[in-house]
Design a protein around this ligand. Structure first.
Ligand SMILES: [Zn+2]
Length: 211
């Protein structure tokens, strides 16, 4: 079971339409949201976000008290480079992703070891959920903790504004499907950890009634 979870790095998008920025080009370097999930006998990091090893180690320690080598599992939501740029820092961990995501990342030839395919559940406590639209093989994680249903969405949800409008990012391969995926997540998320911002309450009931 999941005992605890927390955000390691709060991500940001390279351009934010909700801040009045054009989507034509990047205005700042992108960082994805990286999350740590603590089970009874495992620690899993989702989407290791920082290219610099010392910086990744610093943020992990600052947010969780862990060293890089304490992490036993890493899960990657999709093959976009900003979501696995920090993967090599977690050398002793088992690297996991949905089968076609694993294949895509392994195919880059940039890594010293393989990302292993995973489907269904991780450690009998975290569901791997297909959330297509941003990419067709995008996968999010869902688990229960403290009575809440937590969705670590990756780029299925960029931030709270995209969630509210059920909108995919400018680079989504299928924007309509991205919107449908967000709609699906509304049904079972209490708390959403988006791909490029801090976590937020899904507030599904109140907002649902306003629709
Ligand atoms: Zn992405």
């Amino acid at each position: 079971m999941v005992k605890h979870w927390d955000v390691v790095t709060i991500g940001n998008v390279s351009r934010n339409r909700y801040w009045g920025e054009s989507e034509e080009r990047a205005v700042r370097p992108v960082i994805c949201t990286c999350t740590a999930i603590f089970g009874d006998d495992f620690v899993l990091v989702v989407d290791p976000s920082l290219e610099d090893r010392d910086r990744m180690a610093f943020e992990l320690d600052r947010r969780t008290g862990l060293k890089l080598d304490d992490v036993g599992l890493v899960f990657l939501t999709h093959a976009h480079g900003d979501h696995w740029v920090g993967l090599p820092h977690f050398g002793p961990a088992e690297w996991l992703a949905a089968p076609s995501v694993a294949q895509g990342i392994n195919g880059t030839g940039k890594l010293a070891k393989q990302v292993e395919p995973v489907e269904g559940r991780i450690r009998d406590s975290i569901d791997v959920v297909h959330t297509p639209g941003h990419t067709l093989d995008h996968h999010s994680l869902r688990f229960d903790c403290d009575g809440y249903s937590i969705v670590v969405a990756g780029d299925a949800v960029m931030n709270r504004d995209f969630w509210r409008e059920r909108r995919g990012f400018f680079n989504s391969v299928d924007k309509e499907l991205a919107g449908k995926t967000i709609e699906r997540l509304w049904a079972f998320a209490d708390i959403v950890v988006p791909g490029h911002d801090n976590y937020f309450l899904a507030q599904r009931r109140e907002l649902g009634e306003q629709r």
